[in-house]
Design a protein around this ligand. Structure first.
Ligand code: SF4
Length: 324
């Protein structure tokens, strides 16, 4: 989501260097992003201030004499470190009333910029400039040999060009297509010799197990079994990815892998996959997008009523464009 911002900054300031400060999983993505120099990976416990650690980190950043900081999350805490590091220009949206912490504080015109990627990219432009739509991004392909050594590939049981499902979504169940639906899709797409690879975090292992149990022999559950770099390498080599609206969806889009993206409580108008090779599925119910982690109506119809046959149709549409 932030790569078009990086590209636009480098286009405006040809001799600039852009570094990234991010949590561990996002930092792993930044290491593959064209235009990014140093990556500072730092994790803070959710909901904790950890002020002493933030001050220590700010001191380290101050020693690097950064000229500007672009603060992408809307939280007060995320703006604190650039402020403590005395970075002269601190740019971001007002968010949690961050006047003072930011000194180039933008008001968001959500109607003019419905997509998150455009909101980020607009921060590179002067206030009031008309911002062109951000271009689709392309991540640097991981070197498959180094990120996923052939021995490791065979240990994991991954074909060179597998079908991959990403059935998790850290945000919450209102963004996770049901395991039973994923299992029915696996039954339609996989064979025992060519099983679907299930990718996700350790916290999503149980989701992968539920799918694998419901489609015996047709799935290899690698949720929690790979490093993030290995997961990126597997996605980059995949022939098809079926995914919830999640970080891995954007990874598949950035590698231009043919993909079907399934949206529940969130909106494809806000965070669409940035790829011409993506089929986007959203029922567009009157109650959505509600952007809730758990369905406030208790039925999650936006996902339960989106049936495997509809996803299969989307796969067929991709197949009509190229063999998968
Ligand atoms: S309220 Fe509607 S859009 Fe939101 S989770 Fe429930 S079914 Fe989905």
């Amino acid at each position: 989501m932030s790569q078009p911002l990086v590209a636009r900054l480098l286009a405006r300031h040809a001799d600039a260097r852009v570094d990234a400060l991010a949590g561990p999983s996002t930092a792993a993505i930044y290491r593959h992003m064209p235009g990014i120099g140093r990556v500072h990976s730092v994790g803070f416990a959710r909901g904790r201030l950890e002020l002493a650690r933030r001050i220590r980190l700010a001191r380290e950043l101050a020693a690097r004499h950064y000229q500007a900081a672009y603060v992408l999350p809307n939280t007060w805490k995320s703006a604190l470190i650039p402020f403590l590091a005395r970075i002269p220009r601190r740019v971001g949206y007002v968010g949690e009333q961050r006047y003072g912490l930011l000194n180039d504080c933008r008001r968001l015109d959500a109607a003019a910029l419905p997509r998150l990627v455009d909101r980020y990219a607009a921060l590179a432009d002067p206030v009031g400039a008309s911002t062109p739509a951000a271009n689709p991004i392309l991540l640097a392909k991981p070197a498959l040999e180094s990120e996923l050594h052939p021995l490791r590939r065979s240990e994991l049981g991954v074909n060179p060009a597998p079908i991959v499902f990403c059935p998790g979504a850290e945000f919450g169940p209102a963004k996770r297509w049901p395991s039973t639906h994923f299992a029915r899709l696996a039954a339609a797409l996989a064979t025992h010799d060519d099983p679907v690879i299930l990718l996700g975090s350790a916290g999503e292992r149980a989701i992968g197990m539920a799918i694998a149990d419901a489609a015996p022999g047709l799935c290899r559950n690698l949720c929690g079994e790979t490093t993030l770099d290995e997961a990126l390498a597997i996605i980059a080599g995949a022939r098809l990815v079926v995914t919830n609206d999640s970080g891995l969806m954007h990874v598949a889009a950035a590698y231009r892998v043919p993909l079907v993206a399934i949206f529940g409580s969130s909106s494809p108008r806000y965070t669409p996959p940035l790829s011409a090779q993506a089929q986007v599925l959203s029922l567009g119910l009157a109650c959505g997008p509600c952007f809730q982690r758990v369905c406030p109506l208790g039925h999650t119809d936006c996902l339960n009523r989106l049936l495997p046959d509809q996803v299969l149709e989307a796969v067929q549409a991709l197949r009509a464009e190229r063999p998968l």
